[in-house]
Design a protein around this ligand. Structure first.
Ligand SMILES: [Zn+2]
Ligand SMILES: [Zn+2]
Length: 411
C-alpha cells in the first residue's frame, strides 16, 4: 500500500530561532543538517567538504609518507654527520611539508563558492524580460511558467550564455557550473578535484594554487637534497646508492610525482595567464569560442595576486525551519541521520524515486514511464476516492483524511 512518505520540506531561514522553539510539525535545524547537496560537514557546519572527502586520507598518505621519511632521514644525519648542512635542510623540508598540509586543508574544508538553491523557480516576470534566443524551455513543475533554458548575458562586450539549473532552480551566474559529484552550483567553478575531494571554485582557488605549487616545490626539494645526500657520500656513486637505498627510493618517487603535480601547476599557471577556469578551457576549445574574461597576461596574474576571496553565499550554520510532513519514520530518519545513499539522493534529484509532481512512486513503478497516464489516473482518483491513492499528492491526501494521516501510515 502507498504510504505518504514525501518529505515535504520547506526551508525558511530563521537565524535567530533557537532549537527549543521547534514544534512537532515545524522543526528547527541548522542548514547543513538539511542541505540537499552531497557535502560532508564537520564542526557543526563550519567545515564544508565535498562528497569524496575521504580521498584526503590517500592524498595525505602520498604526500606525508615521503616527506616524513625525508625529515627522519635528515634527523638521523643531524646526529651522525654534519649538522650545519642537515639542520637547515631538515627545517626547510619540515616547513614545506607543514605548509603543504595547511594549503591542502584550506582547499578541502572551505565552501568553494556554493550558490544557494531556490525553493521554487524564478518568477515569470523575470523570465519574460530576459534576453534570450533559446528555443528550449525548462520543463518546469509549474505548467503556466515558461522559462527559457538559456539566457544571454553581456560580459566585457561578449555575449555569454547562462543556463538554468534544474536542480538548484536558478540561472547560473556567468562562470558558475553545477558539480555533479557535490550536487551544487559553484561560483567560478574550475573543476572537482578528486585528490582534495572538493570542488575548486571562487573561494578556494587561491589555496588550491598554493597547494599544488607547494607540492611541486616539496617534490623538487626532496628530490634535490636526496641527490645531494648521495653525492656527499665518499666513494663511487653506485656504491653510495647501494648504501643509501632510502635516498634512491625518494629520488625515484619524487621524479614520478613531479610530472603530475608539476604538470598540473604549469597548466594552472597557463590558465591564470589567460584568465580561464579548467572547465572554460575545455569548453572554449570544444566550442571554438573566444575567452571574454582575459585582460592580458600581466593583468590576469595581477587579478589573482590581488584576489579578494568572495564572501560565503550560504551560511550552513543558520537555523532553518523544516516543515515536517514525514510520517514514514524509516525514510525520514534516514535523511535526518544522513544515511540516505547517494543513489537514493540521485533518484530523488532525477525524480525517479518521486514522480514529477512530487508524489512517491512505489519501487515496482519506478522505471515505468507513466507521464502520459498519470493525469488520467489523478482525475479518476478525484472521482472515486481511494481508487488510485498512489498518485495523489500529500495535500490532497491530507484534505481527504481531514489532515489525519491514512491509517496504514507509520507514525
Ligand atoms: Zn545547480
Ligand atoms: Zn564538487
Amino acid at each position: 500500500m502507498f504510504t505518504n512518505t514525501i518529505p515535504n520540506n520547506t526551508l525558511s531561514p530563521s537565524p535567530s530561532v533557537p532549537p527549543s522553539v521547534a514544534s512537532s510539525h515545524v522543526k528547527t535545524k541548522r542548514l547543513y543538517q538539511v542541505w540537499k547537496g552531497n557535502n560532508k560537514f564537520l564542526c557543526g557546519g563550519r567545515l564544508v567538504f565535498g562528497q569524496d572527502a575521504s580521498s584526503l586520507y590517500l592524498t595525505s598518505f602520498l604526500i606525508g609518507t615521503p616527506a616524513l621519511t625525508f625529515c627522519i632521514r635528515m634527523l638521523v644525519m643531524l646526529k651522525e654527520e654534519d649538522p650545519h648542512f642537515s639542520r637547515p635542510v631538515l627545517i626547510g623540508g619540515a616547513v614545506l611539508t607543514i605548509l603543504d598540509f595547511i594549503f591542502l586543508f584550506m582547499t578541502s574544508s572551505r565552501d568553494p563558492g556554493i550558490i544557494p538553491r531556490n525553493d521554487k523557480p524564478p518568477e515569470s516576470d523575470e523570465a519574460s524580460d530576459m534576453n534570450t534566443t533559446s528555443m528550449e524551455w525548462v520543463n518546469n513543475k509549474t505548467p503556466n511558467l515558461k522559462l527559457p533554458r538559456v539566457k544571454d548575458v553581456i560580459v566585457n562586450g561578449h555575449t555569454v550564455k547562462v543556463k538554468f539549473c534544474d536542480t538548484c532552480l536558478l540561472y547560473r551566474p556567468p562562470r558558475a557550473s553545477h558539480c555533479s559529484i557535490c550536487n551544487n552550483c559553484v561560483q567560478k567553478f574550475d573543476h572537482h578535484c578528486p585528490w582534495v575531494g572538493q570542488c575548486i571554485g571562487s573561494r578556494n582557488y587561491p589555496f588550491f594554487i598554493l597547494f599544488i605549487s607547494s607540492s611541486t616545490v616539496l617534490c623538487i626539494y626532496v628530490f634535490a637534497f636526496s641527490w645531494v645526500n648521495l653525492l656527499r657520500r665518499e666513494g663511487r656513486l653506485l656504491a653510495a646508492m647501494s648504501h643509501d637505498v632510502l635516498s634512491v627510493t625518494l629520488i625515484v618517487y619524487c621524479f614520478i610525482a613531479v610530472w603530475f603535480v608539476g604538470g598540473l601547476t604549469v597548466f594552472h599557471l597557463y590558465l591564470i595567464s589567460t584568465n580561464q577556469t579548467t572547465y572554460e578551457n575545455f569548453r572554449y576549445r570544444y566550442d571554438k569560442k573566444e575567452n571574454p574574461y582575459t585582460k592580458g597576461i600581466f593583468l590576469n596574474f595581477k587579478e589573482l595576486s590581488c584576489y579578494k576571496i568572495p564572501k560565503k553565499l550560504v551560511n550552513f550554520r543558520e537555523w532553518v525551519e523544516v516543515e515536517d510532513d514525514i510520517p514514514d519514520e524509516s525514510f525520514s530518519s534516514d535523511i535526518e541521520k544522513g544515511f540516505i545513499s547517494s543513489k537514493q539522493k540521485f533518484d530523488m534529484e532525477m525524480g525517479t524515486l518521486y514522480g514529477k509532481d512530487g508524489m512517491r512512486v512505489p519501487g515496482i513503478l519506478k522505471d515505468l514511464d507513466y507521464s502520459g497516464i498519470d493525469d488520467n489516473l489523478k482525475k479518476k482518483a478525484g472521482e472515486k476516492e481511494g481508487s488510485y491513492d498512489i498518485f495523489v499528492p500529500t495535500d490532497q491526501l491530507k484534505s481527504k483524511t481531514g489532515g489525519v494521516n491514512p491509517p496504514e501510515e507509520k507514525q
